[in-house]
Design a protein. Structure first.
Length: 440
């Protein structure tokens, strides 16, 4: 049977020809225009990156290689007796663009298990970091420490031909992804559980093992939640900070370890990966004020007080989406099945009922609907993962699947170093003087 690597290799030639044809024959065709608001406002919506593993539509939501989240929950292989998709399956899809079989997923599980052992020097490094260091700092440092293992860095020094760049990157990516659950669980148990670690279970899949090694719940549904969580957070096209940072650093031919560590540093920012814990904190503040689940009227007042105080309703609104995030819907369906009477979920549901109307009346939110962060923290909290600071590590383990699958393609396609043009404020002001806008 062909390996995942063999299957990828067969796709490289045809895909490279497609990309080269676009650049050579249609390189002068404009696909976007840029205005000053985009230059000053964070390059919002400027089409300037090739990212094949997923695409975000503001009205349809995220599609992974053309498949919606409901389709993937239906089509991707499941663990024995399970109902949620395996992360091995989403990685296979992101890399190859094809729905895998159960056998394909089992082969990836076996491959990652072989590569998952943490070297002693890494354990020594993690043990040397103060326990009160933020878990995301520990996670990024652990990834960076593993860089000494880089196959790409070693072979680049040996002057490997460019045609082998993807091969060395593939090896780094597989080695790194394999170790991420072990790294995350080690940090969690050391930081919060007195260093009492739990060995991986060779009978479990990648996501199931992460849930197992955390040791916070014996409920089989927690493993199912972790599989779902790791799938739906795996990618969100290339323009978000963690994806873009990974791509940017990788474009300099930095290896997968440097690149992913940079992406995780971006994910740690309050405007990106920290949002789910902010949602949970806001909900718990609400419960304290009202002594439990509030009424609809109380909820509306609390929201207006939040907005009038110059704050936002955390988990609502999105930089791109203009509808309810399909990732939110997937988590809501999971909660309705596994925890319908949980107080925190009742509040999440009530927020979902009230917030869109309040935000619409407020008038300053382009998208009054919930995003993925409006739900994920509550699910983790229900199963005993109550340590807010660790939530972004879960996000990071998942996001690695998408950004590293794309990194292999970046190498295979020979994409160049990223180097956008910047201008000064004075340059923009001079441009406006020389090209005054037409009177309205």
């Amino acid at each position: 049977m062909s390996t995942l690597k063999d299957k990828f290799y067969l796709k490289v030639g045809p895909m490279k020809a497609r990309v080269q044809s676009l650049a050579k024959e249609h390189g002068d065709v404009n696909v976007s225009s840029v205005n000053i608001g985009q230059v000053v406002g964070g390059a919002r919506d400027i089409i300037s990156m090739l990212w094949d593993v997923s695409l975000l539509d503001k009205f349809e939501g995220i599609r992974f290689r053309g498949f919606s989240i409901p389709e993937l929950r239906d089509k991707l292989p499941k663990a024995p007796g399970g109902t949620e998709p395996l992360p091995e399956g989403i990685f296979y899809l992101l890399l190859l663009g094809e729905i895998p079989t159960a056998e394909d997923c089992a082969a990836i599980t076996e491959e990652w298990q072989k590569r998952s052992v943490l070297p002693q020097y890494l354990i020594d490094t993690m043990n040397a970091i103060p326990k009160d260091t933020h878990p995301m700092t520990q996670f990024s440092m652990a990834i960076l420490q593993l860089q000494r293992e880089s196959e790409f860095a070693r072979r680049y020094k040996e002057k490997m031909p460019k045609t082998q760049y993807w091969d060395a990157t593939y090896e780094d990516v597989m080695n790194l992804i394999a170790k991420l659950p072990n790294i995350a669980a080690y940090i969690f148990r050391r930081t919060y559980m007195g260093g009492k670690h739990i060995a991986p279970d060779p009978k479990l899949d990648w996501g199931g093992n992460l849930a197992h090694m955390l040791g916070v719940s014996n409920d089989p549904a927690f493993k199912e939640l972790m599989r779902l969580y790791l799938c739906i957070h795996s990618d969100h096209e290339g323009g978000n900070v963690s994806a873009h940072a990974t791509h940017l650093v990788g474009s300099a031919l930095s290896d997968a370890y440097y690149s992913l560590s940079a992406g995780m540093d971006g994910l740690a920012g309050p405007l990106h990966g920290l949002a789910n814990q902010e949602v949970l904190g806001w909900i718990q503040d609400l419960m304290k004020e009202f002594g439990g689940v509030p009424t609809k009227e109380q909820m509306e007042k609390f929201m207006w007080d939040t907005l009038n105080g110059g704050r936002v309703i955390p988990g609502y609104g999105h930089a791109v989406l203009r509808k309810t995030d399909p990732r939110y819907v997937a988590q809501r369906e999971f909660a309705l099945k596994h925890m319908p009477d949980y107080d925190l979920f009742k509040i999440v549901s009530l927020v979902y009922e009230v917030a869109p109307d309040v935000l619409t009346k407020h008038g300053k939110t382009k998208n009054p609907w919930p995003n993925v962060d409006a739900h994920s923290g509550v699910l983790l909290y229900y199963y005993g993962a109550t340590q807010f600071d660790f939530y972004t590590v879960f996000f990071g383990v998942s996001r690695a699947l998408g950004v590293l699958a794309q990194l292999v393609w970046d190498r295979a396609l020979g994409l160049p170093i990223e180097r956008p043009k910047s201008v000064t404020t004075e340059w923009l002001e001079t441009f406006l003087k020389e090209h005054p806008p037409a009177a309205k």
